[in-house]
Design a protein around this ligand. Structure first.
Ligand code: MG
Length: 261
């Protein structure tokens, strides 16, 4: 894997993919309520993406069986939608979606991808859980502020991590943000903890980069486990986790949140 640097002629297609991902996520989030299954949420998102002539990025990616990742309560990321997983009053669920747009730019066909996630509640939740969600989202925007040309990936990690430290949240280390290339995940890895760079060189953020920032904060431990389905990541102590993500296009003079609607 290497870092993909996009040309200005590709920016419109990148923005389109991001916008569709943002809209698909919003539709899925607005559908969350007690009594709906995570499978139904996946169907709603996939149907809408295909109706726009776009492709759900996750479906079949490394064998993932659905268009939407649905991670409920202590599930952190990569939860698989299931007809039997019905949301109850007071559950929280992270919905994560990718949208691919195939476009020919300057005679070359490429996959342009937007990737975005949000954690929402089914029904009412207590103030501690609301705070976890609000502060995880806040850390995403703190990271985005640093996501511009001339800064480094570590600057993003520090900004996200500062919010986690202040709130005394567990920080997931096995996963983090990432670059987006034509085949989806790409370098650089964007960890949510700056100590990562004690052993790994930091890298500069450059115009033309397309980066996903995705904080995952836990109410308890940093530690996570993978379930037997080989996808779902859960907190080791089964305490709640929240997850937010946006895709950011770095241009010469600013950063553009492609997945914000
Ligand atoms: Mg991602």
């Amino acid at each position: 894997m290497s870092v993909t640097i996009y040309e200005e002629s590709q920016f419109e297609a990148i923005k389109l993919a991001g916008k569709l991902a943002g809209q698909a996520l919003d539709l899925a989030c607005r559908s969350v309520k007690p009594g709906i299954s995570t499978w139904e949420l996946d169907q709603i998102a996939e149907e809408w993406i295909r109706s726009q002539g776009a492709i759900p990025t996750f479906k079949g990616y490394l064998g993932f069986p659905a268009s939407l990742c649905t991670s409920v309560n202590h599930e952190v990321v990569h939860g698989i939608p299931n007809k039997n997983k019905v949301l109850k009053e007071g559950d929280i669920v992270s919905l994560d979606i990718g949208v691919t747009v195939k476009e020919k730019v300057n005679g070359k066909e490429w996959n342009y991808i937007g990737d975005t996630a949000r954690t929402v509640a089914a029904g009412s939740i207590n103030s501690q859980i609301q705070k976890l969600m609000d502060e995880t989202q806040d850390s995403l925007y703190k990271g985005i502020e640093k996501c511009k040309a001339g800064k480094t990936i570590k600057d993003i990690s520090i900004a996200v991590n500062n919010v986690a430290q202040k709130g005394k949240y567990g920080i997931v280390r096995m996963f983090g943000g990432h670059g987006i290339g034509p085949n989806y995940h790409s370098e650089p890895f964007i960890p949510n903890w700056p100590e990562y760079f004690e052993n790994t060189p930091d890298s500069e953020i450059k115009p033309g980069m397309l980066l996903c920032i995705e904080p995952m904060f836990n109410l308890g431990t940093d530690d996570v486990r993978k379930l037997k389905d080989d996808w779902t990541i859960v907190t080791a102590d089964h305490k709640l986790s929240a997850h937010f993500e946006h895709t950011i296009l770095v241009t010469k003079d600013r950063q553009y949140i492609t997945t914000k609607i």
